[in-house]
Design a protein around this ligand. Structure first.
Ligand SMILES: Cc1cc2nc3c(=O)[nH]c(=O)nc-3n(C[C@H](O)[C@H](O)[C@H](O)COP(=O)(O)OP(=O)(O)OC[C@H]3O[C@@H](n4cnc5c(N)ncnc54)[C@H](O)[C@@H]3O)c2cc1C
Length: 473
């Protein structure tokens, strides 16, 4: 099958007989790509349209990358159910496709009497959410599990199944499988207006009109604006910024678990977490903003994180910082997702996917596909998708530069291009030739790690840029 991926400069393709798409998904974040992948199993003409030049380029590229168990979700909510189910689905999918995951477990550490008193209720909440492996720890057990913790920890709650995952490989895997199964991906294709119709909606995009029978709005921070095109005034997205600090890999041995804060009346606090790349994260902040583009890091935010981090893991603050970044959660003032089908309108809003969308993505996709039937679409009989193997970016698996057999077969895997992250010429060549090649140095970094190390591309950046430019259409 030919793959249809279009970008700036390409016309939007005309379908045979001038037919509209059956379903169009707006937004190629982790949620929209998961939905497109799920729809790809059905005999439908599906389009995935994305404003930017790459998939996973919005909130999905800047989170804390935890595959949650959902132990602390609000019991009974849609989010609680979809996070629980999403964790199960994504864990299995990651194992099948090679998306890096490490089951490091989480510890919620109580630092004062209020936090200690809150732990039994959190344990009960975990059980109400169907998670039964959590258990309370006393101060000695906490210290034994995390020897570098700051002084004064009074106790903790252990959640052994919390894991860390690669946030970039996940939407890339979804989108790759979707495109290979026939979904049309249109990048650089912002939806500017929508003319809802009784049988066909017409989308005005930055690259011309696009017609579709059914529409799924997975536009993340902009889902409220898309929703208003249908005359609704149901929710407003208020971006909640989370700033994070990435510490160098030399800090990795300081922490064994994801160290989660105990939420109290004073707020949610910050966490310390390892990444699948071998770094350590400190963050995020929680700042209510009104600018949906405010992804910058600030002096105050970083100072706050350092102050909180010093209490949790004092030695971490002596380590080198590799990078800082910030992501915006799509908060809507409701402690649940805003997923709503509109049967008469052939439209589904998938809004308010705030802090757990990476984990829940596959379950959201399954749920939304079920809702499509209620909006009047008969999707037909699902088929199995072609299996997929993603490049192994995680530190827990054997990286190509260490694989003597692979290097003997293909010496490009023995030639380092990014020395900090040990990324080889073979991996970069593969990324550039993939179904969804990168269109920027940042996109290449998300596919290979090249340039993400302690020199942040100082040594290899110009070479990587030349490779991207040479790979253009
Ligand atoms: C700091 C932080 C930490 C987090 N930590 C975790 C975590 O540890 N675990 C977890 O599971 N989740 C976490 N999350 C949440 C998770 O990252 C989000 O829930 C998820 O990324 C949302 O994905 P999305 O696809 O809905 O949105 P996005 O990734 O923002 O995708 C929406 C896409 O729609 C596109 N778009 C918007 N408007 C238009 C338009 N008009 N036309 C065309 N395209 C459009 C955008 O360009 C964007 O690519 C965290 C979030 C943040 C900010």
């Amino acid at each position: 099958m030919t793959h249809t991926v279009t970008a700036a400069g390409d016309p939007l393709p005309a379908l045979p007989g001038g037919a509209p798409y059956d379903v169009t998904v707006i937004g190629a974040g982790v949620v929209g790509t998961a939905i497109a992948r799920e729809l790809a199993r059905y005999p439908l003409r599906t389009a995935l349209v994305e404003a930017s030049d790459d998939i996973g380029n919005g909130t999905s590229k800047a989170n804390t990358a935890i595959l949650h168990t959902g132990f602390d979700a609000v019991p009974g909510t849609l989010e609680a159910r979809l996070v629980r189910e999403g964790q199960r689905r994504l864990s299995a999918y990651a194992a099948d496709t090679g998306i890096p995951v490490e089951r490091v477990g989480a510890l919620l550490v109580a630092w004062d009497a209020e936090q200690l008193a809150a732990l039994p209720a959190l344990l009960a909440k975990a059980e109400a959410n169907g998670y039964r492996a959590a258990r309370l720890l006393d101060a000695d057990e906490v210290a034994e599990r995390e020897p570098h913790l700051g002084p004064g920890a009074l106790g903790g709650l252990e959640v052994p199944d919390e894991s860390v995952i690669c946030p970039w490989t996940t939407p890339l895997a979804f989108a790759t499988q979707a495109v290979r199964a026939g979904v049309h991906l249109h990048l650089d294709c912002p939806v500017r207006d929508i003319e809802p119709g009784s049988t066909v909606h017409t989308l005005t995009t930055g690259r011309g009109p696009l017609r579709t029978r059914f529409l799924i709005n997975a536009a993340g921070l902009y889902a409220d604006e898309i929703d208003r095109r249908f005359g609704h005034d149901v929710f407003t997205v208020t971006p909640r910024r989370g700033q994070l600090i990435v510490f160098d890999k030399l800090a990795r041995d300081l922490v064994r678990h994801i160290l989660l804060p105990v939420p109290t009346s004073a707020g949610k606090g910050v966490l310390v977490a390892p990444t699948v790349f071998g770094n350590v994260l400190l963050g995020p902040t929680a700042e209510e903003l009104d600018d949906k583009t405010a992804t910058e890091s600030t002096q105050e935010g970083i100072a706050l994180l350092r102050e909180k981090g010093r209490r949790i893991l004092p030695r971490l603050l002596d380590e080198e910082v590799t990078a800082v970044y910030a992501g915006l959660r799509a908060a809507t003032g409701q402690e649940d997702y805003r997923i709503q089908e509109y049967p008469g309108r052939r439209y589904i809003a998938v809004g308010g996917i705030r802090s757990t969308g990476l984990t829940a993505s596959m379950a959201i996709a399954d749920h939304v596909t079920g809702l499509l039937a209620r909006t009047g679409l008969d999707p037909g009989t699902p088929a199995e998708l072609e299996p997929l193997t993603m490049p192994g970016l995680g530190e827990a698996a054997e990286r190509p530069y260490l694989n003597a057999e692979l290097i003997a077969r293909d010496p490009a895997y023995g030639t380092l291009v990014c020395h900090c992250e040990r990324v080889t010429a073979g991996e970069i060549r593969d990324a550039l030739a993939a179904t969804l090649p990168p269109r920027s140095v940042a996109g290449l970094a998300r596919r290979t790690r090249a340039g993400n190390g302690r020199c942040q591309g100082f040594h290899c950046g110009a070479g990587l840029r030349a490779l991207i430019e040479g790979n253009g259409p």
